[in-house]
Design a protein around this ligand. Structure first.
Ligand code: GCU
Length: 138
């Protein structure tokens, strides 16, 4: 299946807000995490079958300090303290990827800020399950 883009501004947000004051986002905006640890964006992601997926997070970090986040799949952290390094400006967007095992059906993907600076501004999550193959013989 083609990659599916899930916007942050329509996901579940805790300790953050949908904003649109920095250009370059997809959809209608992005999520600005509060400057505190523990804020998150959580997406529901459907997978046709169990397997590995590439998760691409698009973000901006106009500060010069990393804005690390834990990436959790179905409640378990699979990527701890991923950096989300500075991108040079709040209008300069970059992507970073993690690999995750998804189950068939609905999965939750949560990106949680781990430092007092909060997360970066997050534009979207793109999920690519193209590498997932059906079992042989089917
Ligand atoms: C600025 C910027 C916000 C950003 C914030 C931050 O206020 O305009 O978009 O989220 O810095 O440091 O987190």
């Amino acid at each position: 299946a083609a990659p599916v883009t899930h916007e942050a501004e329509t996901a579940t947000v805790s300790q953050g807000a949908a904003e649109s004051n920095h250009t370059g986002f997809t959809g209608t905006g992005f999520v600005n995490y509060d400057n505190t640890a523990g804020g998150y964006v959580q997406w529901n992601v459907d997978a046709a079958q169990a397997g590995t997926a590439t998760l691409t997070l698009r973000y901006a970090n106009g500060s010069t300090t990393n804005r690390p986040m834990d990436i959790a799949v179905n409640g378990a952290v699979t990527s701890s303290g991923k950096a989300f390094a500075g991108t040079g400006a709040w209008t300069t967007w970059a992507t970073t990827t993690v690999t995750a095992n998804l189950k068939a059906g609905t999965n939750t993907i949560r990106a949680t800020a781990t430092t007092a600076n909060g997360g970066p501004n997050v534009d979207h999550l793109k999920v690519d399950t193209a590498t997932t193959q059906p079992p042989t013989g089917t």
